[in-house]
Design a protein around this ligand. Structure first.
Ligand code: 7TS
Length: 406
C-alpha cells in the first residue's frame, strides 16, 4: 500500500478528476501528454486577469509594474527550482518545443557544413525536427545513439559517435515512451570531455524529479509548464550565461532590444534578448504558483509515489497473456508503454476510453523510436501525483478485459 502521499486530499485540488466519461469515473493516465491543473493555479490565472492584467516590462503605471514583478518572481522561482546560477539564464518560451527550436536556430548560425549533432534514438520529434530544419541552412549531419532491448542508451556507442566535427549533443533526460531516465550527468561529462555542449530535453523529467542543471552541468535544459501542473503556453529554456551571451536572438520584436534605428539595432541583455514580443505573462505568473504547489508536496515524494504506481502497473500488466512492455530499464520514470497480442493500439485506446480510462495511443511523436521497436504505435499509461493504486488496478483489469474481447 502506498502511504507516501495523502492522495485523496491532493485529488480535491483537481476538480477535473471528478468528471465521468461514458458514465464511468475518469481515470486520467495521460499526464505525460499534459498534466491536470490544481485549483490554485487556475485561481492564480483568474486573479491575474481580474486584478493585475497589464503588459510587462513597459510602462511606469502600477499595474504594469505589478505584472512585471510577478513575471520576474516566476523567473526567480524557476531559477531556484532548477538551481540555475542567475535569472539571466532563464528564458521563458511557449514550451519545450519552442525552447529547443530557439536553441537550435540560434546555435545553428555558427554551424558549418559537415558539422555533426548527436541525438538519441528515443528523442521526441521536438528534439529531432528543429535540428533537421537546421539542415536546410547548413549541411550538417545527425548521428544517433542506439539503445539496447531494455531501452537504455548504449554509452560505449555514444562515445564512438564523437568526431572533430561534433558541435552539439541533444538528448532527452527521460523518454516520453520508454520512461528510461538517461544518465544525463554522465553523458554531459563525456560530451564536455570532447569540448561539445549538451542540450537536455527535460520535458518528461522536470515534472517528476529534482532537477539541478548545475549538477548535471547541462549547457541548455528545456521543459514545459503544462506537464508540471502549470498552465499551457509556457516553457523554459535554461542556458549557461556564457553561451547565451554569444548567441544571436531567435526572434525579433518588441522588448528584446536596447536601441533601434534603421541603420543599426542593439539587443537587450539576457534573458530579454530571447523574449521578443509580449510574453504569456498571465500564465508565466501562474506557473510560479504551480511550482509552489509541487514544492508544497515535495518532488521527492511525488517521484516515489509515481515510481510505486509504475512498478505496480508493470507487474500487473505483465500477468496479462500476450503483453509486451516497451522500456524495461532499471531506472524508469512514471510511464508504461505496451501492446497486447496483435490488438491495435488505437482499438485498445478507444475501448479503454469507453471504460473511462484516458491513455495515449499512437507513435507518441517518437516515430524513429517506434521504428527501432519494430512497431507503428503503442498504448501508453502515464502517472502523476494524483493517481491512485485503485486506478492502476482498474486500468489493468480494463486492459485484461479488452484483451479478452479480441
Ligand atoms: N520533449 C519530450 C520528451 C516530450 O515528451 C514532449 C511532449 C516534448 C518534448 C514537447 O513538449 P511541448 O510541451 O512543447 O509540446 N510530449 C508529449 C507526449 O509524450 N504526449 O503528448 C506530448
Amino acid at each position: 500500500m502506498s502511504k507516501i502521499l495523502d492522495i485523496e486530499k491532493i485529488r480535491e485540488d483537481f476538480p477535473i478528476l471528478k468528471r465521468t466519461i461514458e458514465g464511468k469515473p475518469l481515470i486520467y493516465l495521460d499526464s505525460a501528454a499534459t498534466s491536470q491543473t490544481p485549483r490554485c493555479v487556475v485561481e492564480a490565472i483568474e486573479k491575474m486577469y481580474f486584478e493585475t492584467k497589464a503588459n510587462v516590462h513597459r510602462g511606469v503605471h502600477t499595474l504594469s509594474q505589478e505584472a512585471t514583478d510577478k513575471v520576474e518572481a516566476a523567473r526567480e522561482h524557476v531559477r531556484r527550482y532548477i538551481n540555475a546560477s542567475s535569472i539571466e539564464e532563464v528564458i521563458f518560451t511557449r514550451g519545450t518545443t519552442e525552447a529547443i527550436n530557439l536553441a537550435a536556430s540560434s546555435l545553428g548560425d555558427s554551424f558549418c557544413n559537415g558539422d555533426e549533432i548527436i541525438l538519441s534514438v528515443m528523442e521526441h520529434h521536438a528534439n529531432i525536427i528543429p535540428w533537421q530544419l537546421l539542415q536546410r541552412r547548413r549541411r550538417i549531419n545527425l548521428k544517433v545513439i542506439p539503445m539496447n532491448d531494455r531501452g537504455e542508451l548504449l554509452l560505449d556507442e555514444y562515445e564512438k559517435l564523437f568526431s572533430d566535427n561534433t558541435r552539439m549533443v541533444a538528448i532527452a533526460h527521460v523518454s516520453n515512451v520508454l520512461g528510461t531516465v538517461n544518465p544525463v550527468k554522465e553523458m554531459v561529462a563525456i560530451a564536455h570531455k570532447h569540448g561539445v555542449p549538451v542540450l537536455v530535453d527535460g520535458a518528461q523529467a522536470a515534472p517528476h524529479m529534482k532537477i539541478d542543471v548545475r549538477d548535471i552541468d547541462a549547457d541548455f535544459y528545456a521543459f514545459s509548464s503544462h506537464k508540471m501542473y502549470g498552465p499551457t503556453g509556457v516553457g523554459v529554456l535554461y542556458g549557461k550565461k556564457k553561451l547565451l551571451e554569444v548567441l544571436p536572438p531567435y526572434q525579433g520584436g518588441g522588448e528584446m532590444i536596447k536601441h533601434v534605428s534603421f541603420e543599426k539595432t542593439t539587443f537587450a541583455d539576457l534573458p530579454f534578448k530571447f523574449e521578443a514580443g509580449t510574453p504569456d505573462y498571465v500564465d508565466i505568473a501562474a506557473f510560479d504558483t504551480a511550482l509552489s504547489y509541487i514544492e508544497s508536496i515535495d518532488i521527492r515524494e511525488i517521484e516515489a509515489h509515481e515510481q510505486y504506481l509504475c512498478d505496480m502497473a508493470t507487474r500487473l500488466l505483465n500477468e496479462i497473456p500476450g503483453m509486451r512492455i516497451f522500456g524495461n530499464a532499471p531506472h524508469k520514470s512514471g510511464v508504461v508503454s505496451f501492446l497486447v497480442g496483435d490488438i491495435h493500439h488505437y482499438d485498445m485506446g478507444l475501448l479503454l476510453d469507453k471504460l473511462g480510462i484516458a491513455v495515449r495511443t499512437g507513435h507518441h511523436c517518437a516515430q524513429p523510436l517506434m521504428t527501432a521497436c519494430g512497431v507503428e504505435g503503442m498504448v501508453r499509461a502515464s502517472f502523476a501525483l494524483y493517481n491512485t493504486e485503485e486506478e492502476v488496478q482498474h486500468f489493468v483489469e480494463a486492459v485484461a478485459r479488452v484483451a479478452k474481447m479480441f
